[in-house]
Design a protein around this ligand. Sequence first.
Ligand code: DX5
Ligand code: ZN
Length: 221
Amino acid sequence: MTAHIHPSILSADFANFQSEFATISLADAIHVDVMDGHFVPNLTFGLPVVRRLVEIAELPIDVHLMIENVDTLATGYADTGAESVTFHQEASTNPVKLAREIKSTGAKAAIAVKPGTNLDFVLDNLNEFDMVLVMTVEPGFGGQAFMESMMEKVRLARSEISRLGLNVRLQVDGGIDQVTIGRASAAGADTFVAGSSIFSKAQRNEEILLLREIANRSFQS
Ligand code: DX5
Ligand code: ZN
C-alpha cells in the first residue's frame, strides 16, 4: 500500500486556486468539497467552478459531493474529467445504480458515510465502488477535531476489503494531521484528505511528504 494524500481546497484561498494548486504539487490528488447549503450547513461552489478546476489542475481531482439530489447531479461532475466522484450514501436513493452511472463516464465512483451512518450497506456492496470514504468529522466545515471512534468503521472496511481481495481505496476525511494520520493508517485507511493541517503550513509540499511518510509507516492491513 502506498498512502495517497489529497489536500482539501476548502482551506485554500478561494480567490487564488491556481497559485494554491502550485503549492501542493506533490499531492496525489486535489480534494474538492462541493457543498449545497442543504445536505450540509455550508455552501462552497458547484459544477461550473469544478469544471474549471479540473481544467487548470495538473493533478487528478477528487470531488466530494455534500449535496442533495445527488442521483441526478453526480454524473455532471463525473463528466468534468474529475478522476473520482464521491457521493454520500445518505443523499442517494440508489447508490449502486449511481455508482454504475458515474463509472460509465470513466470516472471512479466512491461512497461516503457520515459519522452516524453504519457500514452495513457499504460492506454488502463493496465491489460496486472504487473507494469508500469514512468521514472522521461531521461534514460541512474544515478545522474540526478528528473522531477517533470512526476507527472501528475503518477497521471493519479494511478487513472486508482484504477478505474479498478487492481493489478499493479506503479514504478518511476530517481532522487529519501528523498525529491522527498515523491512527487512521494503523486502522487500515490508505487515502487521506487533509485541509487545514496542510494549508496552514508555509511549506505545504513538505507537509504532504511528511504525512505520506507517517501513513506509510503506520499502515496495517
Ligand atoms: C469537511 C470536508 C473536508 C474538510 C476537511 O466536510 O469534507 O474535506 O476540508 O478539513 P480538515 O482537514 O481541516 O478537517
Ligand atoms: Zn471532503
